[in-house]
Design a protein around this ligand. Sequence first.
Ligand code: FAD
Length: 279
Amino acid sequence: MIPPIASRFVAGTTASGALDHVADCNETGLGGIVNLLGEHYHDREPADEDADVYCRLVDELAARDLNGSVSVKPSQIGIDVGLDVFAENFDRIVEAAADDDVFVWCDMEDHTTTDTTLDVVESAAQDHPHGVGVAIQANLKRTRDDLQHLADVPAAVRLVKGAYDEPSSIAYDAKAEVDEAYKEYLEFLFREFDRGVAVGSHDPEMLDAAVELHEEYGTPFEIQMLMGVREDAQRDLAAKGYEVNQYVPYGDKWMQYFYRRVRERKENALFALRAVVGV
Ligand code: FAD
């Protein structure tokens, strides 16, 4: 059971609750990207179990005829256990999703996992062109090269700023530098990825840049934002005709995710405090 304080950011503990939330999103013109919370499994069993859940989730999304996809964390399906475990589980999920015509996103974790994640996604994309996509982090200095490479891979890209503290030798740290890099990579994506771009950001400046680039290049794009963050803006953008997909986390491992949301922004911390003290 999720306390009301966390339910702004997490769609309950069960798959059916998360799918109900996606149905509600669909009612307001938003798609849903379902993520079962869980990360850093060091044993095969929980990694396989979560992969099984994703296989059932894609079936359910299709059975309920929902506008939704799934997003998977590499360390949730075995990257810390072994490359083969991660690859097998990811392939299994992508196969099941392809049968249901459901799209699979792969979240990106810290820089120690980037190469393996890209290899596994690329291989899945060769088997299922346009059925998978991967998050790419603007804060990493390697990203320019990764995007050049991905231009020839039939996978989608979700551009995000990057959520992990990385060493300054390999990553930009200052917000201004990350924002600058984000805009540069966005321009590259709109220019080179005529198949489409996913803009994973709540930042009005980045969203405005995407709209301008769309007008310039005509490249289709979707906006992805987290459940509980700028939801009014999500609905407004959808009402204006933009494709908006909400990232919908669920599951009993909600605590860490909730605290991450609270820590990253003063307004979220105030919201949590108000919920606790009842003002
Ligand atoms: P920020 O730089 O945090 O904020 C810029 C501006 O956006 C703010 O000044 C404000 O105007 C607005 N804003 C931001 N947050 C709020 C808020 N809570 N309320 C009101 N206004 C706000 N990171 C990864 O490393 N790997 C991933 O796989 C990954 N997947 C993601 C998937 C999705 C759908 C999204 C939205 C993010 C994902 N992230 C991922 C997180 C991402 O890297 C950033 O850490 C996170 O999105 C914060 O950056 P931002 O672009 O939203 O804007």
